[in-house]
Design a protein around this ligand. Structure first.
Ligand SMILES: [Zn+2]
Length: 432
């Protein structure tokens, strides 16, 4: 008996379409990328048992690898994921969900409306603010401005370069009144995944708090450490997500087969390509690059990080699984100060919770609460440099969307999380 396989049928249909359009489309694709509107794309939450969700994800990834991206899956836990479904594939999606006994809940009927609202000009205030999202040049302008306003405390620093020739700019905050030998350094990495817009926004918010707050605890936090803060370590990808494709995640390097970008958080030289990444340059999400550090962004940034003296802490911000992750992301084995990292992480989350009562999962390794992923920055830093306090915060949101009017909420949360983290780290003797 023939049992209909929706994936195979859709593949066959796409094959025909692909052959027909191939000669007409390839040149146009290579020459320029139009703005992707996501008109009519639906966002679904899909839940079910782990095996069925794994099977669903696996089939979709095969599909995506073959025919450009159509679904954009984001796994939130073993038993839940969110996905965008283009209008052409809704029927296929429904059929497959049914076949695997999954439950699908519609979250947004048309994601393009959200994308338009998100960039409404009325949200922008003169200069820089935290009620709107800004493109990379505006973010760099803000850093420049702060370095000019606080020349005694800050320095505009360059952490590396991008494929398209941008600098990866950051702000070093190192106040002179406590500039002593051996002052511990903290590195903050943000925006490595282009579409996670809330992360550069909260990171600049945190910078603003460090520099302008008169809260004595925040002043102490500012003076205690030598901060190296980089709001967007994937500036090409961020700019592309801002101007062309809101869901862009990778860098913008060009592969020999004409596809663009690698996942910069699968490209670091630690267990590269072992879990949660692949070697297909056309994979929209988790192509690990042609080799470890193939991307100039990760290569140059890793050199900068290696040169930071007395590096005590490395904090990476992502969105939006709402959890706190510890190294190593591809193993359930615990590293030697795991218990301390959990204690410190819990205090950090407690501090954050008091602001908006938003509950985060963890602290735990990604392998335990999310999925195994190798080649990430956090794991490389821990392994290669032995940095003691290494964390990844997955901030909040709905498929990379967070209302611009509410950026301050997560900004305040993150500020408190940092206060909690370093207070507990001090209690446990990680610095004096
Ligand atoms: Zn991310």
């Amino acid at each position: 008996m023939h049992i209909a396989d929706p994936l195979r049928e859709a593949n066959a249909k796409m094959n025909c379409l692909f052959v027909l359009l191939f000669y007409f489309c390839t040149d146009a694709f290579a020459a320029s990328v139009d703005v992707k509107t996501y008109s009519g794309y639906r966002e679904y939450q899909v839940t079910g048992d782990k095996e069925s969700l794994d099977k669903f994800e696996e089939s979709v990834r095969r599909f995506e690898a073959r025919f450009q991206e159509q679904f954009l899956i984001k796994r939130y836990s073993a038993t839940s994921l969110q996905t965008l479904v283009s209008p052409e594939l809704v029927a296929f999606f429904d059929e497959y969900v049914q076949k695997l006994n999954l439950r699908a809940t519609l979250i947004f009927d048309d994601i393009s409306e959200i994308i338009q609202q998100e960039k409404a000009p009325s949200l922008r205030k003169k200069g820089f603010s935290w009620s709107a999202y800004y493109d990379i040049d505006d973010i760099y302008g803000y850093l420049q401005n702060m370095s000019a306003t606080y020349p005694q405390w800050t320095e505009l620093v360059v952490g590396g370069e991008s494929y398209e020739g941008r600098q990866i700019k950051g702000l070093r905050i190192n106040t002179p009144e406590s500039r002593t030998e051996g002052k511990p350094a903290i590195f903050i990495e943000s925006g490595i995944h282009a579409r996670e817009w809330i992360t550069p926004a909260t990171t600049t918010y945190f910078i603003n708090q460090l520099l302008t707050s008169d809260n004595p605890d925040i002043e102490a936090l500012r003076n205690q450490f030598d901060w190296h803060i980089f709001p967007s370590v994937n500036p090409d990808g961020y700019h592309f997500s801002f101007t062309k494709d809101r869901m862009w995640r990778k860098t913008r390097s060009k592969s020999s087969n004409g596809c663009y970008g690698a996942d910069p958080n699968r490209n670091w030289d630690y267990n590269w390509l072992k879990h949660g990444a692949n070697d297909n340059p056309c994979d929209y999400q988790v192509y690990g690059g042609s080799k470890p550090f193939s991307e100039i962004e990760t290569r140059t940034l890793s050199q900068y990080i290696s040169n930071v003296e007395n590096l005590l802490g490395y904090i990476a911000f992502h969105a939006d699984a709402q959890m706190l992750l510890l190294p190593y992301s591809d193993s359930k084995e615990h590293n030697d100060n795991y218990n301390d990292l959990v204690t410190i992480g819990k205090t950090s989350l407690d501090y954050g919770y008091k602001v908006n009562h938003a509950k985060y999962d963890g602290p735990a390794t990604a392998a335990e609460v999310l999925y195994k992923a190798s080649g990430g920055s956090m794991d490389w830093v821990r392994f290669a440099l032995g940095t003691q306090l290494v964390y990844t915060y997955e901030l909040r949101g709905y498929y990379f969307y967070w209302p611009p009017a509410l950026i301050y909420q997560q900004g305040d949360e993150v500020t408190q999380m940092m206060l909690g983290l370093f207070k507990e780290a001090g209690n446990l003797g990680y610095y004096k």
